[in-house]
Design a protein around this ligand. Sequence first.
Ligand code: HQG
Length: 181
Amino acid sequence: MDKTDVRRSKRLSQVLRHQPGSVGIELDPHGWIDLPTLLDALAAHGSPMTRDDVDRVVRGNDKQRFEIDAVLDRIRARQGHTVEVDLGLAPAEPPAVLFHGTPRTNVESILASGLDRRQRHHVHLSPDRETAERVGARRGDFVVFRVDAARMRAEGLIFWRTDNDVWLTDAVPAGYLALDL
Ligand code: HQG
C-alpha cells in the first residue's frame, strides 16, 4: 500500500472508529455507514476519496481493519472502536495461550493491575507472538506478555474473535499474565 493509501486508511480508521462526528456522520448501532454518505461526508470535510480508493484500501489493508457489505453498500471498522458500537460478535473459544505486546514502560503497571481496555471497548490480544511484537513495536521498545487464555476460559471469562483474528476480552487480571521472555 503506498503512502497516500496509508493516509486514507488512517483517515477511515479515525472516522469509522473514533470520530464519525468530525465529518458530520453517525454510525448505525453496529458501526455501519452507507458508502455514498461516507464519501460525500469525506469530500465535504477536505478528504475526498473515490469509491475505488476505498475498495483498494479495504482490500489491501495489512490487518483487514475494515469490511464492506456489498449488498447494502456500507462499510465499518471490524474492531478498535472508541465510539459505542455493538459488533455483534459471538463468544468464541480462544487458543490456550494468547499474546499481548506493549511498551516496556507499561510493565510494572500491568503486572500490578492486569490489562485493562483503556480507551477501547476491549483488551486486544494476538493469536501469535509475531503479531503481538508488531503491536508492541508501534510505540518503540516493547515486551510481550503471555495470557493464560485456557485458565481464563475455565474460570468463566469470555473471549470474542473478530473476523481479522484479533481476540477480545473485557480485562486480563494480572494472575493470568506472564512476561514472555
Ligand atoms: C496498555 C492496533 C499500563 C496496553 C494494534 C496498550 C492492536 C496498560 C495500551 C490494537 C494497562 C492501550 C490494539 C495497565 C493496558 N497499565 N498500561 N494496567 N492495561 N495497558 O492502542 O492493545 O492498527 O488501546 O498494553 O495493532 O496496543 O488500530 O491497545 O499498550 O491490534 O488496527 O494500554 O490496535 O490495531 O493501547 O492495540 P491501545 P493495543 P490498529
